[in-house]
Design a protein around this ligand. Structure first.
Ligand SMILES: Nc1nc2c(ncn2[C@@H]2O[C@H](COP(=O)(O)OP(=O)(O)OP(=O)(O)O)[C@@H](O)[C@H]2O)c(=O)[nH]1
Length: 660
């Protein structure tokens, strides 16, 4: 049931694998020559696969920041990833072997380039933004460190859902947007048509669009010039008190958390005592530098500059994206709009062997050190024993974390169905519930609960018009509301020969964390693109479904579902359960229930032990007696017996959910 999405390289990188990439200690770079007027801070924003990494590589190459040979090496790795992705393996499934190599690429993504124009050295800071909706909050924060953005659109694919969402974020932040059409070398490229599409979607003047091939390098020098000419320089003063904006971080196993910062005012150097505005924690700066593209120590960082600091932060969760750092004892006004990352998808993680819990917990803790966005709480279940309840930014984040636990920490685990945080409104208070076992039961709902609300998202789907009906069905079957649509353009794109439609609607987040994405891709033959943003909470008729084995509920299987789906889900799950639970000596009813109402039932047949096997010849009476005794025994066992659901059966049911 989980979403299996292709994981863009940079999303993996966003989780910052913990190997230090410093190959040698370069000498310190002096940064004072770079005043604000020769600094440009920008991002590349694009839909997945439209060529962000390739363009970043070309820019680094053109400015001499990396050698062509190194690019070749990176490309090899990227190509390898793509091969795996094309085979249908998510990027998250990449072998642990590749991860340290990936780290090397990551560092090239937020990078400072030195470029001379008319004999004056400029510093161009390319600031990385994550490429996936799970991290949209971080996109917005990374863009807060920029004054401009390159909006990259694939000339054969045209504008996609994510192009629109990132464009809006950049526009809201007041960034100067440079429109760029990429992949014009492709035979399927339609630069004129896509330029018109950009004009109608973004209000872009076609004359401003730069046409390039990031692959061959054609037109990339024009992009470099436009960065200098069109993007305004940052502002700031060395005289004002220190104020630095924390926009990203990664974990280094030797130095702890390394934070990427944009200095707004003042000067930041080694030995400074600084404090976080939001956590009030104090640190001493042990190193400052720029990403060039690897960490290159600098004497100091000045206003407008972007670089890294190490300051003995021990855990990634201390580095709050969007935080403001200031000199300890001299607070400043913080950067506006800070809010801590919020978990939107929760799941319980348990070891397959209960005895392995200490090992699992240790691995989770170690991974969480490197991943600032995951939340961890202990959880215990009667069925699965001791485990942890983890909160993730989204299902992709969850998949990556799970995969890392399995690959890097060799953990054999059971992960429960993902849930979202529901809001239970009582007469006098509101409670957020992210664990189905804590969801109020039917009696409580009818007597004490005023309302139940669920998180919803505003979704956009872009799709060729022949798939429009299927997409409408998909949205309705996932409880979509407020559907509206419009034509994006008319004519032909890429391999599809129809007009494209953009469809917007409100969808419950819980519907997206199940099979929505897979269905979207299969029902549109892969042509639909999809993006969403949080849209608050809405009242909903939700119920808790429990599964009973021999009339006893199995806590780890509880689900929160919409009442309209109780039949469908109840039947589906009992059918699955009957297949994975081993037969007992007695018949076992497997039931799905909502409150006192049984929604669905299957019966697990007893296996028949041959109790008369040792009796030969004419012992008919004894045989009958043995069978009677066995029957009675079974009746008693059934009355008293609890059916153990073995961990393997959980594992099986959870993985069939993943596949369904
Ligand atoms: N023909 C052609 N292919 C390109 C061009 N730019 C990028 N590509 C290819 O398009 C694919 C995607 O490029 P990436 O640079 O990885 O795209 P991205 O936007 O960084 O992708 P994610 O990391 O998944 O977000 C790769 O196979 C590139 O080689 C181009 O100008 N022309």
């Amino acid at each position: 049931m989980w979403i299996h999405q292709r994981v863009p390289v940079r999303v993996l990188c966003r989780l910052r694998f913990s190997t230090s990439t410093r190959r040698h200690a370069p000498k310190q770079i002096a940064m004072e020559e770079f005043a604000c007027d020769v600094i440009r801070n920008f991002s590349i924003i694009a839909h997945i696969d439209h060529g962000k990494s390739t363009l970043a590589d070309r820019l680094l190459e053109l400015t001499g920041t990396i050698k062509k040979k190194e690019i070749g090496k990176n490309e090899q790795v990227l190509d390898k990833l793509k091969v795996e992705r094309e085979r249908g393996i998510t990027g998250a499934c990449l072998s642990a072997l590749l991860l340290p190599i990936l780290t090397g690429i990551v560092k090239a993504q937020t990078a400072s380039m030195v470029h001379s124009v008319n004999g004056r050295r400029h510093i161009l800071n390319l600031i990385d933004t994550p490429g996936h909706v799970d991290f949209s909050w971080e996109v917005s924060r990374s863009l807060a460190a920029c004054q401009g953005a390159l909006l990259l659109v694939d000339a054969s694919q045209g504008v996609q859902a994510q192009s629109i969402s990132v464009f809006h974020i950049a526009q809201e932040r007041g960034l100067k947007i440079i429109p760029v059409l990429n992949k014009i070398d492709l035979p399927a490229a339609q630069p004129e048509r896509i330029a018109a599409q950009m004009q109608s979607t973004f209000g872009t003047d076609p004359a401003d669009i730069i046409r390039i091939s990031a692959k061959t390098g054609q037109g990339v020098d024009e992009v470099l010039q436009a960065i200098i000419d069109r993007i305004p320089p940052p502002t700031g003063s060395t005289e004002d008190p220190l104020k630095a904006f924390l926009f990203d971080s990664f974990y280094d196993r030797y130095r702890g958390v390394i934070s990427l910062v944009a200095v707004q005012n003042g000067v930041l150097k080694k030995g400074d005592r600084i404090a976080s505005y939001h956590t009030r924690k104090k640190y001493e700066v042990t190193e400052v530098g720029i990403m060039h593209p690897e960490e290159t120590p600098a004497t100091s960082l000045y206003p407008g500059q972007v670089g890294y600091i190490a300051c003995n932060m021990k855990e990634s969760s201390e580095a709050h994206i969007g935080d403001t750092l200031h000199r300890s004892g001299s607070p400043v006004d913080p950067m506006p709009g800070f809010k801590p990352a919020k978990a939107m998808v929760y799941a319980g993680i348990f070891p397959v062997e209960s005895n392995d819990f200490p090992k699992l917990e240790e691995s989770i803790k170690r991974l969480a050190l490197t991943d600032r966005s995951v939340t961890v709480q202990r959880e215990s279940s009667t069925a699965l024993g001791q485990g942890c309840r983890l909160g993730f930014l989204g299902t992709l984040h969850m998949d990556v974390f799970r995969q890392r636990l399995e690959d890097e920490h060799d953990q054999n685990l059971i992960i429960t169905a993902p849930t979202v945080p529901y809001k239970v409104v009582y007469k006098d208070r509101e409670v957020f519930v992210s664990n189905p076992t804590e969801f109020p039961d039917a009696l409580e709902v009818s007597s004490k609960v005023k309302e139940i609300q669920e998180p919803v998202v505003r979704a956009s789907i872009i799709v060729p018009e022949e798939y429009f009906g299927d997409m409408m069905d998909l949205c309705f079957s996932h409880r979509g509301q407020d559907l509206e649509h419009r034509y994006l353009d008319a004519g032909t794109t890429g391999t599809s020969s129809s007009s494209r439609i953009i469809l917007n609607c409100i969808l419950p987040l819980s519907e997206i964390v199940t099979d929505f994405f897979d269905q979207l891709k299969s029902r549109s033959s892969g042509f639909a693109s999809f993006d969403y943003e949080e849209a608050g909470y809405r009242p909903s008729d939700l119920v808790k479904m429990v599964f009973l084995l021999n009339s006893k509920p199995v806590d780890a299987l509880a689900l929160v579902i919409h009442r309209s789906k109780e039949d469908e889900i109840g039947r589906l799950w009992v059918k699955k359960l009957v297949k994975v639970i081993p037969r007992q000596q007695f018949e076992v009813p497997i039931q799905a229930a909502v409150g006192k109402k049984i929604i669905a039932r299957e019966t697990l047949k007893a296996y028949r032990a041959d109790v008369t096997g040792g009796l030969y010849g004419g012992h008919v009476e004894r045989k009958m007696k043995q069978l009677e005794l066995q029957k009675e025994g079974k009746r008693r066992m059934k009355r008293m017996g609890t059916v153990e659901m073995p961990q393997e059966a959980f594992f099986e049911i959870m993985s069939t959910n993943k596949r369904s």
